[in-house]
Every structure is written in structure tokens, then in C-alpha cells.
Write a protein that binds this ligand. Structure first.
Ligand SMILES: NC(=O)c1ccc[n+]([C@@H]2O[C@H](COP(=O)([O-])OP(=O)(O)OC[C@H]3O[C@@H](n4cnc5c(N)ncnc54)[C@H](O)[C@@H]3O)[C@@H](O)[C@H]2O)c1
Length: 273
């Protein structure tokens, strides 16, 4: 039996964005470990389809993570149904592609509301309850390789995923100060097969369409299946690892180049991206 099985079997997981991709894979793998599941997604049909195929106890709660009241209701429902929660994965996220100055105000709002505010809402709704529980529990925030390394043409994603990294480090230090047994992990995926690039940007600019096509194809060609990815993530979380850096080949050289760029006061360049 795996460490994740020992730590999580019979416990309860809350997963946002569980209707697709990484969230769906986490739900499938958590179910295979014998966890009770509380699955949240804004898309009711996707959520129902995922839940229908899972064994065990599954509660679905249609939730827009951008809405603090909705996430509070999600937490209430989870504790009411299962009595305790041991794993919360703030996973829901969206991509927006374009020149930062040309992306609409609505698209900027959506990226900030889902990718950043969604994680904030998850922390505000669940962490006080987990701390009050007083027992071991894990909060997992999903950032991205893009949370370490900025990319042109996806500034809302870069900005919000960087923010999730900073937010999660603050949270980890605060829980340490509070001497809480609640542990925190941050996950920085590289390509994992999903629907994140399903929607092409609303533009006729061939460069942007080509960039989107490149990312969608990379997701298809290089992305590992969600459930396989979930197994790696939950093993690391069960082991208490803070950094769940699952794609070092996409991360380590870029991080070193980035540190050098800042130390040398070199301006950003697409050659470093
Ligand atoms: N797949 C990758 O290659 C990859 C790489 C790096 C980071 N990530 C991150 O992983 C997370 C999951 O992405 P994915 O690739 O599985 O994408 P996906 O599009 O396949 O799944 C995301 C899910 O989130 C849901 N969602 C969107 N907005 C929501 C909202 N406001 N409230 C609740 N649910 C909402 C969607 O309905 C969808 O089911 C995201 O945070 C993403 O940024 C993914």
C-alpha cells in the first residue's frame, strides 16, 4: 500500500475544478485510495459525469470558486456530510491568452477571480475549520510552472499563478506560527492532459492563434493523464512535501536563469522565457 493510502484512506477530500483534467484525475485517484469525496466545479454536467463513474461516497456541490459565499457553502456542506475534512485542493483555474494590453477587462477579471480569488476563498472557508479540527490535514494549492516562469501572451495566467505561489508561502508560514498540524503544499504542473486549452482565444491574430495551437498540441503530446498525475501529487502531499514540482525539466533551468537575470539586473527577454 502507498503512503497516500495510509494517510488518506477513509478521510475526506474537497477538490475544486473536479469536472475535468487534473481535478478529475485527483478525484479518481482519491476515490481509489478509499477517500470520501466532495467535488466542486462550476460546470454541473461535467461534475455529474465525473461523480457518476466514481466508487464510494461522493458529494457534488456546483460551486463558482470566485464567489466567497459559494465556497463557504461548499465548506458547510462538506463538514455537514462527512464531519471532518483532511484534504482540500484548490485546483480550479482558467487560461487567458493575448497581449496583456489587449485582453478584455472581463477576461482579466475572470483569471484573477478564478485563479487567485478562488484560492483565497478556499483558504478563508476551509483553513479556519481545519485549524479548529486540530488534527492532521493538508491544503494543496495548484499553481503552475507558469507560477515560476513568466510567459508572454499569457499575462493573466502568469500574474495569478505567481500570486498563488506567494500566497501559499505566506499561508505555510502562518500555519507554522499558529503551530497547527495543517500542512500546505503547492503544486506546479507542467503539461497534464486536460481541457485548459479547449477554447481558442477570440482573435484573428495568426501569432496568437499559433501560440494557442502550440500549447494545445503540447498538452496533447506531452501531457500525462490526470489520474497518473494525481498519484504523483497525492504521494508527495501525503509525504508532507511543500513543493510538489512535478515537471523539473520545465522548471529548474528556467528558475536558475531567472535568478541570474534578477541578480544581474538583466531585463526580461523572450530568449529567457
Ligand atoms: N493541465 C495542465 O497542463 C496544467 C499546467 C499547469 C497548471 N495547471 C493548473 O491546473 C488546474 C486545473 O487545470 P486543468 O488543466 O485540469 O484544466 P481543465 O480546464 O481541464 O479543468 C478545470 C476545471 O475547473 C473548472 N472551473 C473553471 N472555472 C471555475 C470556477 N469559477 N469555479 C469552479 N470551477 C471552475 C472547469 O469547469 C473545469 O472542470 C488549473 O489551476 C491550471 O491552471 C494545469
Amino acid at each position: 500500500m502507498s503512503r497516500a493510502h495510509d494517510v488518506f484512506s477513509g478521510r475526506t477530500a474537497v477538490i475544486t475544478g473536479a469536472g475535468s483534467g487534473i481535478g478529475k484525475g485527483l478525484a479518481q485517484h482519491a476515490a481509489s485510495l478509499g477517500m470520501n469525496l466532495v467535488l466542486a466545479d462550476i460546470d454541473e454536467a461535467r461534475l455529474a459525469a465525473v461523480a457518476a463513474d466514481l466508487p464510494g461516497e461522493v458529494l457534488t456541490v456546483v460551486t463558482n470558486v470566485a464567489d466567497a459565499d459559494a465556497v463557504e457553502r461548499l465548506a458547510e456542506a462538506a463538514f455537514e456530510r462527512f464531519g471532518s475534512v483532511e484534504l482540500v485542493v484548490n485546483n480550479a483555474g482558467v487560461m487567458r491568452i493575448g497581449y496583456s494590453w489587449a485582453i478584455s477587462a472581463d477576461d482579466w477579471d475572470t483569471a484573477i477571480d478564478v485563479n487567485l480569488r478562488g484560492v483565497v476563498n478556499g483558504i478563508r472557508a476551509f483553513v479556519p475549520r481545519l485549524v479548529a479540527q486540530g488534527t492532521a490535514a493538508h491544503v494543496v494549492n495548484v499553481s503552475s510552472v507558469g507560477g515560476f516562469l513568466p510567459s508572454p501572451m499569457m499575462a493573466p495566467y502568469t500574474a495569478t499563478k505567481f500570486a498563488v505561489l506567494g500566497l501559499t508561502e505566506s499561508l505555510a508560514m502562518e500555519l507554522q506560527m499558529a503551530q497547527s498540524p495543517v500542512r500546505v503544499s503547492v503544486v506546479t504542473p507542467g503539461p497534464v492532459r486536460s481541457e485548459i486549452f479547449a477554447q481558442a482565444p477570440d482573435t484573428e491574430d495568426p501569432a496568437l492563434l499559433g501560440f494557442h495551437q502550440y500549447l494545445a498540441q503540447q498538452n496533447l503530446d506531452e501531457g500525462i493523464p490526470g489520474e497518473q498525475y494525481a498519484e504523483i501529487v497525492l504521494e508527495a502531499v501525503a509525504a508532507g512535501e511543500y513543493w510538489v514540482i512535478t515537471h523539473p525539466a520545465f522548471t529548474d533551468a528556467g528558475l536558475a536563469a531567472r535568478a541570474e537575470m534578477i541578480q544581474n539586473r538583466t531585463a526580461p527577454s523572450i530568449a529567457l522565457g
